[in-house]
Design a protein around this ligand. Sequence first.
Ligand SMILES: [Zn+2]
Length: 350
Amino acid sequence: MKIPTEPIGSIPRPAELVAAITAPSNGTDIKGLYDKAISDTVSEFEKTGSPVITDGEQTKSSFVTYPLEGLSNLAAEGMRIDFEDGHFRQLPLLTSGPFKYSNYAVKYLKAAQKLTHRPVKQAVISASALSLIYPQNGIAGYTQAEFIEDLLDECEKDIRQCLDQGAYKVQMDFTEGRLSLKLDPSGGVLRHFIDLNNRVFNRFSKEDQQKLGVHVCPGDDHDSTHSADIDYADLIPSLFDLNVGSFYLQLASEKDRIKVLKTIKQYLKPNQTAFIGVIDVLNPIVETPETVRDRVLEAAGYIPIKQLGTTDDCGFSPFCDDISTTRETAFEKIKARIEGTKLAEEKLSS
Ligand SMILES: [Zn+2]
């Protein structure tokens, strides 16, 4: 039997590219650096033996802001996301309507597909994350309801273009799922987020939904998290209400993995696959294939094998300037995931 294994998306950018992005200087060939970063990433990805690869998000400003790059109807001071180590990231605020993406994820997919024959998956940002850019005081002449309609159309378009382009999977990043329980422990905001994202997923056929997935994690930026203190078990029951086939779940860094696995077992639906995180992206130590194998075998004690897959806990660099993990380490960890998943397959087949 085959246990599917997929990455989440991002790989740390080369140092030279990060320097060119964070401190631009005249005469730097940024396009050349981007092109080289994508082709190097795709080729390194192939060397890991990964059956499914990504472009490593080498050219996204971040996993959440790529549809907003260059928009003129944004102000700086939006919602702030605080991380455990004291640093924060801040979303922009919309200042006028109508809301349209400046940029669609299919662009990244096409660039990667040109460089490889392997299946390429593509990450997109959730409608729920982008819903946070609408200001609490409203916008004159552009109601929140109008904004949401535009947002759902754009999010659908972002996904559909990737499916039409032959993406192996389209994964919606939903890191704010767990975070929402920190902001609203009653779960009301989480419910609202789930409903909003389902309004997007419900526009797709049952077959297409099998090619769609959702990724959740407690955040990962500069080796720090925003919601690891929130009980995972409070997120999981609602999570599996999302109408998609694949769930990419951070698990390796979880303190009580068995408790999480038991909750997954209880709520996972028959047409859903749980890709469990077997690589801790916050920890610089590279897992051995045997460690990965044991994590898969542990999960196989709870999740039916035909509904089990493996993944990394998160992307290795969801924001473009995060180089807390080196590229080398990221690829070594991915290699360990591939090899360890194979060892588990052999063990489960014998
Ligand atoms: Zn993540």
